[in-house]
Ligand binder design. Structure first.
Ligand code: ZN
Length: 189
């Protein structure tokens, strides 16, 4: 069921209907997220509401959009796709949240400020958590730490394992170009 729910929809009624709410949020609706970004495109939200086996309101969905981020190490800004999954139980007060957290680890509980639907309240924290720690792709950034460009002993940098080959090519860009030109000349009729 699709619901273009107005602000008067309550979380409980949405869960009762097993409603799916879709929204496109502009950046001004997400001030905390927008503050972390140079620019923000529209953020697409899809949230499915239901009741779990204990009658609690459960929300499962996705939030995604593009944002322009500034690198902390150089002056570059980069557009990055920000995506997050939402899977939370809604508590309507802190006591409820604390009780659920103690009886059942693993479920993320969000304490909502009102009984009425507030999409921003549900997704803004998830967006903030989804911001990448590194904005630049390594090759683009002139100020990445030296370890990413070091020659030997890169074994400890597991996620950069494929980086060596790329760097090798980048260190000698003109050598490769010269070779390519020569090859071209040799093969030219
Ligand atoms: Zn950078």
């Amino acid at each position: 069921m699709n619901s273009q729910a107005s602000g008067s929809s309550t979380y409980r009624s949405l869960a009762q209907q097993q409603a799916v709410v879709t929204r496109l949020l502009d950046s001004q609706l997400l001030p905390r997220f927008a503050q972390e970004c140079n620019a923000v495109g529209q953020i697409a939200v899809r949230l499915a509401f239901k009741r779990d086996d204990q009658g609690r309101v459960q929300v499962v969905g996705t939030v995604q959009g593009d944002s322009e981020l500034g690198c902390h190490r150089c002056d570059h800004t980069v557009w990055r796709k920000i995506e997050a999954n939402v899977e939370v139980l809604l508590a309507f007060n802190e006591d409820q949240a604390a009780a659920w957290a103690s009886q059942q680890a693993g479920s993320e509980v969000v304490v909502v400020s009102s009984a009425n639907l507030d999409v921003v309240e549900l997704v803004e924290d998830e967006l903030l958590l989804a911001l990448p720690e590194r904005v630049c792709l390594d090759d683009d950034c002139p100020n990445m730490p030296a370890m990413f460009y070091g020659g030997e002993g890169l074994a400890s940098v597991g996620e950069e394992a494929v980086q060596e080959d790329v760097d090798e090519n980048r260190r000698l860009p003109f050598a490769g170009l010269k070779q390519a030109l020569q090859d071209g000349e040799d093969k030219a009729p």
